[in-house]
Design a protein around this ligand. Sequence first.
Ligand code: GUN
Ligand code: ZN
Length: 444
Amino acid sequence: MDQNLKHARNQGERRAIRGALLTFHQDPFFHPLEESYRYESDAIVVMEGGMIVAVGSADQLLPTLENTPITHYRDHLILPGFIDSHVHYPQTEIIASYGEQLIDWLNQYTFIAEQKFKDRAHADQVAKRFLQEQHRNGVTSSTIFCTVFPESVDAIFSEAERYNMRIMAGKVCMDRNAPEALLDTAQSAYDESKALIEKWHGRGRAEYVITPRFAPTSTFEQLEMVGALAAEYPDTLIQSHISENLDEIEWVRSLFPKVLDYADVYDQYGLLRDRAIYGHGVHLTERELAILHERGAAVAHCPTSNFFLGSGAFNLQHAKAEVRPIKVGLGTDLGAGTSFSILQTMNEAYKAAQLNGAPYSSLHTFYLATRGTAEALQLEEKIGSIAPGMEADLTILDLKSTPIIEYRMQSASSLEEALFIQMMMGDDRAIAATYIAGEPVYTA
Ligand code: GUN
Ligand code: ZN
């Protein structure tokens, strides 16, 4: 039988998993670290109807579970499913395209690959591969850029629906500075996005993301229409890019001579608000950080992409400074990002922090990849932590996934050290299983 159909049919059966467990309930960047997480060396998570219904120590819960099947993951860590806050599924086939920085890379590779997504069959095939690869990497939810073609949006939402994934996606809006074949207009961007909102937003676990690509590829008229749409649908998400690359920032300055800065472009059109998330923000000024804070907008930190395109090293500690903290999620930004693996993304986030002279602990980084990203998307009531009432999206980490990791783990003397080893040395091989809405969608 088709695996996905089998999942759908079994949806909701009561099951339990057992192993070590780590979850966060508040932001350790602003609260004492020890009070921000829960760690259990031998825990059980009970799932039913797609939800988590009980979490506790094995001692406490085992006697209540006589008729419930339990999968025991020895030497494994149960985590909330990883969330990718910024990723382009149509760029799956151009990952690792050599040699360019942002603008040339877009023109040479991205804008060529995205033209193929007018063809629904192509979009379906890439969407399928993309989600399978996410599951192999423990990613259970993500905020996705599609292309200008509505067909590409239908493709990813339809494929995600087969797994009952909490997925956020939107049609790219762009009406200038890209090949003719990829342009919409101010009016068609509005009409097509609106039709997709009506079709997908709130259907199952799907949520719509209003998606102007970035300031240089939208006319004033389009930004105005997109802003009007965002005002009409205040509970949708918004995503775009900001201050990724120095040439890009200069370009924005020349295209929008009357605004204060890059962030002000989006602010002028009502696109900075709660549930708006902007990729990169590597070079944001103090004024821009302050306005993002004031409006409640978030940044998606995408370190593998920033290093790959030579964009720079985002300073997360500075962005989260207590005087005007910005919400920050972690993202892969594939295909400028180089790995589907959130562990590898955490590895590069550590290096970005090192380059800024402002490293943070492995526990902080695991928070960032789970609950921190959920908070940036205002989804923390649904996903990003393990507790009764949360949706049952879980990632099971094999703590001895390679011979050298197993060897290194022998001298790990604390939880913090063990986690650091995992995020520095681990990759897709460390993902033992991935559960979405209570069902295993991937097992190693
Ligand atoms: N800025 C505008 N579009 C893109 C994109 O597709 N990738 C990245 N990294 N930056 C962008
Ligand atoms: Zn991006």
